[in-house]
Write a protein that binds this ligand. Structure first.
Ligand code: GLN
Length: 486
């Protein structure tokens, strides 16, 4: 068995059947990360001793559970009692949390072994994992290209086989977009499906934790064990995870695939992306799906609405980092106001400052109605579009991004073009619905072969059916097996 190329389920089963020990598995991943992380920078830090100790407990039969010994990575905005939680920001550079994020804790309680924390855009603001205070992450498929973002470290760690599963967070696409650009599976669950307790907040009405994996089955398994109601998060839904969520080879109950013209522009989409979606349509037809046309007329407002709602919420959430309540404190302030101003000026990077200013502006008196309130109204219309669409289809098939990964540095001076990256992902967050990006083969950019993703969106709390529909596509393709040469 080639451990580091195996799926999470294969590893779990091999450990359970005593074909390999949990310590051997953990050591294999730690070694690969130690050898190769220098050229990818997927991990911010690894917890070697702690991971080995956890694995030993599994082998000794002291830590048993449905995920016993499975090595996972977590994004560096998930609070843990061990290690640092930096959000890739100087503001929290040396922050040690005093409690564990519920999603991570649940996976560990099920026996998973946390290998390390992965790099991200600062405070999850970005689409390229370049806005980090401690260096950007490289795409394992070609190191001159970005891995996507903001969970770029999580996606790169998966593509580089530094872990068997990883957790990211998705506020406007940050799980699905990097998953697409790195050639792995990325699932954003329904808003409220997974507890946000212990997840450092970016935009609280949009943020959602989800898995990045090699297979749909692995994603289902991680969701099953980390999701469900949590009384520590008042927005976590009191809806049970279906017991058979991970029985994804079952036939979907319903199989009508919706295609929205708003996502299918040949002008906007790279030819390889259009081709991948066309191929997916054929696959679903061959599986007996009914293909229906749906209309999502407010899609074009997704980006402006998202960037008002997300920045407004961010400006409020990030007010706590003032050098007194939380975060970096400047050394020799003149007075209290100077302490606040300089602590924030020194602690935050440019993109975070831009978002705080945009959000503060949108919420300021005189502009609140014109921007924030109007954005909320259009958000409702976007949500209604999906609700209507799901009356005639069971999942919407579309691209995850318009193109494969762009070059590092290519968009850093052009925030608007960076924001446009999220055009196919933000609406799911605004509507709170689940979405999954699946490896859709390789496209070409700058003379390099780079992954692209196809996306499926489903109705709220419909993950079980959505994952079964996703599995049908996966079964008919081999793209999820592709690995980069590093
Ligand atoms: N790229 C988007 C942004 O910059 C989404 C980020 C995210 O989902 N965390 O806001």
């Amino acid at each position: 068995m080639n451990v580091t190329e195996s799926s999470l389920v294969e590893i779990r089963d091999a450990i359970a059947d005593k074909k390999i020990s949990a310590v051997e598995v953990t050591e294999a991943y730690l070694k690969r990360a130690a050898d190769l992380n220098g050229s990818i920078n997927a991990y911010r830090e690894t917890y070697d001793d702690r991971a080995i100790a956890k694995a030993k407990a599994v082998d000794a039969g002291e830590a048993i559970g449905p995920l016993a010994g499975v090595p996972i990575a977590i994004k560096d905005l998930m609070c843990t009692e061990y290690g640092r939680t930096s959000c890739s920001s100087n503001m929290l550079g040396d922050f040690h949390a005093s409690y564990n994020c519920t999603a991570v804790k649940r996976l560990e309680d099920a026996g998973a072994v946390v290998i390390g924390k992965t790099n991200m855009d600062e405070f999850a603001m970005g689409s390229s994992t370049e806005t980090c205070a401690f260096g950007s992450t490289q795409n394992p498929w070609d190191q001159a290209h970005v891995p996507g973002g903001s969970s770029g470290g999580a996606a790169a760690a998966m593509a580089a086989d530094f872990c068997a599963g990883s957790l990211g967070s998705d506020t406007g696409g940050s799980i699905r977009q990097p998953a697409a650009l790195c050639g792995v599976v990325g699932l954003k669950p329904t808003y409220g499906r997974v507890s946000r307790w212990g997840l450092v907040a970016f935009a609280s009405s949009l943020d959602q934790i989800g898995p990045l994996t090699h297979t749909v089955e692995d994603a289902a398994l991680l969701l099953k064990h980390m999701g469900g109601h949590d009384e520590l998060d008042s927005t976590s839904a009191n809806i049970d995870i279906p017991a058979d969520l991970d029985a994804i080879d079952q036939k979907p109950d319903k199989l009508r695939i919706g295609i929205a013209k708003q996502y299918m522009s040949d002008e906007a989409n790279d030819p390889a992306v259009s081709k991948a979606v066309a191929e997916a349509i054929e696959i679903y037809k061959s599986e007996g799906a009914k293909i229906v046309e749906v209309d999502l007329p407010h899609t074009e407002y997704g980006i402006p609405v998202y960037y008002i709602v997300a920045t407004a919420e961010a400006s409020s959430n990030l007010a706590r980092y003032d050098g007194v309540h939380y975060g970096h404190r400047t050394k020799t302030p003149d007075d209290l106001i100077d302490l606040y101003a300089r602590s924030r000026a020194e602690g935050f990077g440019d993109e975070v400052k831009r978002r705080i200013m945009l959000g503060t502006y949108a919420l300021s008196s005189g502009y609140y109605d014109a921007y924030y309130n109007r954005a909320l109204k259009v958000r409702r219309l976007i949500s209604n579009d999906f609700r209507t669409a799901f009356e005639s289809c069971d999942a919407i098939l579309c691209p995850t991004t318009t193109s494969p990964a762009f070059k590092i540095g290519e968009k850093t001076d052009d925030p608007l073009s960076m924001y446009l990256n999220d055009i196919y992902t933000v609406t799911a967050n605004l509507a709170g619905i689940p979405g999954i990006s699946l490896p859709g083969g390789l496209g070409e950019r700058d003379g390099k072969k780079l992954p692209i993703g196809v996306q499926l969106l489903g109705p709220a709390f419909g993950e079980a059916n959505l994952l079964r529909i996703a599995r049908l596509y996966e079964k008919n393709t081999d793209y999820y097996r592709l690995r980069p040469q590093i």
